[in-house]
Design a protein around this ligand. Structure first.
Ligand SMILES: [Zn+2]
Length: 265
């Protein structure tokens, strides 16, 4: 499932291609029945919050897209490619096209509905000026494990499975620790690190979370694919810091990875 950094990257790319232009919108498989309402209209801008995209065609004409686990975009230069498979949405101008397959939602939101979505979501570390305090407050009130709380989009918006695992490792906090046992200083550290890692992940398609001095080869260049992350999908392999085998376990339906020694309960 794409995490917030990819969603923000889509917003930037799509805005660069289509914002300020009149676009054609259609739905080859008919699963976006309201495509007609947007066809021929000017796209004003593209907004991203957490894992949600909002294509602004004017007041009460916001096309909401949530990719879920399987949704994905493709783009290219005109002419349009032949429709193959379940294309839910196409957007195109004389020069460029965009296709969406799958996704859990593609629908038109009113301004009020978009506003209430924003209210429901926690602060997004990729939104400039986002205030993390409400997220900190929620975490410090709950007995739920910090690993599950970081994935809860009403706590922070945009953090998924990879960043959850890596942020907690970098903070040396066990994903199993109850939220209320984390200090404000620790939470501020996680937020600052999330801003840094996710912003890097908007620019680069590889999410590198390790720093050179911690990698087995201590190289500024990644020698092995395995050196991308400290714990994510490294279960059974030695921790780069202490050599302990990285653990893997289910937590609230998603797999969590952590070092049982470096990360404190
Ligand atoms: Zn370790």
């Amino acid at each position: 499932m794409p995490e917030g950094n990819e969603i923000h990257r889509f917003a930037q790319t799509h805005a660069a291609l289509f914002a300020g232009r009149k676009v054609h919108v259609d739905s080859p498989n008919g699963r976006f029945a309201d495509a007609n309402a947007l066809d021929g209209k000017k796209l004003l801008g593209v907004d991203a919050v957490g894992k949600h995209l909002g294509y602004n065609f004017g007041r009460d004409l916001i096309m909401h897209v949530h990719l879920g686990i399987y949704g994905d975009f493709r783009q290219g230069k005109m002419p349009l490619p032949e429709v193959t498979g379940a294309v839910r949405l196409r957007m195109y101008t004389r020069t460029d096209w965009l296709e969406l397959r799958g996704g859990t939602d593609t629908s038109i939101f009113s301004g009020a509905k978009w506003g209430s979505l924003l209210k429901r979501l926690g602060p997004d570390p990729l939104r400039p000026g986002a205030d993390p305090a409400p997220g900190f407050e929620k975490i410090q009130k709950r007995n739920t494990q910090i690993g599950a709380l970081l994935m809860d989009q009403s706590v922070f918006a945009g953090i998924g499975n990879i960043y959850r695992a890596e942020l907690l490792f970098r903070a040396r906090i066990s994903p199993w620790r109850p939220g209320k046992e984390t200090s404000l200083a620790e939470l501020k550290g996680i937020w600052k690190d999330a801003k840094k890692l996710l912003s890097e992940g908007v620019k680069n398609t590889r999410y590198v979370t390790t720093i050179p001095k911690d990698r087995p080869h201590r190289s500024a260049r990644l020698v092995l694919e395995e050196e991308l992350h400290y714990v994510y999908r490294r279960h059974g392999k030695p921790c780069f810091i202490c050599g302990t085998k990285i653990g893997r376990k289910e937590m609230a339906g998603r797999t969590v990875y952590w070092c049982p020694k470096c990360q404190k309960d």
